[in-house]
Design a protein around this ligand. Structure first.
Ligand code: GDP
Length: 442
């Protein structure tokens, strides 16, 4: 992964008017010169300038292009590079790539440009990962999440935590050097305070994963209710299209159906579940099992009931939100409206805006939009949890008056786990794993 050989890949998706082909590595500019004819040689051009010319295969002109020249170390990868803007035909893109490959480049692996950027110290690992999230962002909230991380907000926060812990570890290790003299450089009271504060911050970051992950993947909303309550009709109404099967025969929704929808900057995944009831039908029983799992995974549960129907309020976990919706108000208005219930008609659309607003209100994005760090990667959450566990071991060691070497060992472990997030500490395996999930050309 550490090579600087010449890599090339298309950086844009098929179908646009222009396609960009990226070339990077030692000799990338000279490689392009072999197939580029313009006002000057690219290798003689000033860096960060754009040149009009043609790509040629011998005497044959393949395309009119613009070539942008980058020079190490001030480029995305930290290497020499060229970006060729060609006409967006798949044929042209593959011809130009084939020419580059014949002239010294090889096809880039997924994420190889970003991996090189990371290895060149252009960004840390969490920032490189955010690049992939940025490309995948499909809503304002997902964009804000990736943007804060890509711009280094998360790195700064972790850097600050690491610095405080490093100070403790150094003081403790200094004590070891003077162990004969029984001195304490690290004031135990201050140590405890720093550890408590740091632990709280790490736990807070780890806890933000619930929101971050939901924003990144789409906030799961389960629509639950008795057969014929109108779940499928509601899903269709919400989506404004006929996706779910609607039927008057109870129990027709055998599987869960999921649809994504953006409400005011947040993507929600609405899940229509099979009717909850006892049944002898095996297939339907499977559907009901899936319903239970869908409820467990959902961040928001819409319980759909008919006016004045008897129902048990669903039990949801503390971090879940339950929204009660009374459907079919076009037929009958309920005599009593429970607190917080939303009155709707999935059929006519009445009250659907209020329901959407109630769903949206269940996700607080104010902190996110204010630039607070929100964790969205399972890898980061795991590292944070491991760091928190090591920190609580260190705190226990401190309480028990254990010697400084044991204490500093635990704190070093906290530092290790935090370091894996930003990539101060990493292995080829971790890197391979992360960057292979990127698209080619990034
Ligand atoms: P599900 O079993 O909960 O998915 O229920 P469906 O969406 O299949 O709806 C069951 C029946 O109730 C269908 O005949 C729908 O047309 C009807 N229905 C659903 N919502 C409304 C509503 O708001 N008003 C009226 N009048 N009928 C509805």
């Amino acid at each position: 992964m550490i090579g600087h050989d010449i890599i090339a890949a298309p950086a844009t998706a098929a179908g646009g008017a222009i396609a960009v082909i990226r070339v990077s590595g030692d000799g990338a500019v000279e490689c392009c010169d072999r197939i580029f004819r313009g006002g000057c040689k690219l290798s003689e051009a000033a860096p960060y300038t754009v040149h009009y010319g043609t790509i040629v295969d011998g005497e044959r002109i393949v395309d009119d292009v613009l070539a942008t020249v980058f020079r190490a170390p001030h480029s995305y990868t930290g290497e020499d590079g060229v970006e060729l803007s060609v006409h967006g035909s798949q044929y042209i893109v593959s011809e130009v790539l084939a020419l580059l490959l014949r002239n010294g480049a090889r096809m880039a692996a997924a994420g190889e440009f970003s991996a090189r950027a990371f290895l060149a110290g252009k960004m840390d690992l969490s920032q490189a990962e955010a690049v992939a999230d940025m490309i995948a962002a499909d809503s304002r909230a997902a964009h804000a999440l990736a943007s804060t991380q890509m711009r280094g907000g998360y790195s700064a926060k972790l850097g600050d935590l690491r610095e405080r812990l490093l100070k403790i570890a150094s003081l403790l290790e200094l004590e070891l050097d003077f162990s004969e003299e029984d001195v304490e450089f690290a004031d135990r009271e201050e140590l405890r305070r720093t550890m408590t504060e740091t632990a709280a911050e790490i736990e807070c970051l780890a806890a933000s994963f619930s929101l971050g992950n939901a924003i990144k993947e789409g906030v799961a909303v389960a629509i639950v209710g008795a057969p014929n309550a109108g779940k499928s009709t509601l899903l269709n109404r919400l989506l404004g299209e006929n996706r779910a099967m609607v039927s008057e025969i109870a129990g027709t929704t055998r599987d869960t159906i999921e649809e994504r929808m953006n409400i005011d900057g947040v993507v929600f995944r609405f899940i229509d579940t099979a009717g909850l009831r006892d049944t002898a039908d095996r297939l339907e029983a499977l559907g009901i099992e899936r319903t239970r799992r869908a409820i467990e995974r959902a961040k928001i549960v819409i319980q759909l009931v008919e006016p004045d129907a008897e129902y048990e309020p669903l039990k949801v976990a503390a971090e879940q939100r339950l929204v009660l919706a009374i459907n079919k108000i076009d037929i009958r208005r309920p005599a009593i409206v429970p607190d917080g219930a939303v009155l709707i008609s999935a059929q006519t659309g009445e009250g659907i805006d209020s329901l959407s607003a109630a769903v949206r209100a269940a996700v607080d994005t104010s902190e996110l939009y204010a630039g607070s760090v929100v964790v969205s990667s399972a890898r980061h959450r795991e590292a944070l949890e491991a760091a928190a566990a090591a920190l609580s071991r260190a705190a226990a060691a401190l309480d028990d008056g254990l010697p400084s070497d044991l204490l500093s060992e635990d704190i070093r472990e906290v530092l290790h786990h935090l370091g894996t997030i930003t990539g101060e500490i990493t292995t080829d395996e971790i890197l391979g794993n992360i960057f292979s999930k990127f698209c080619i050309g990034k």
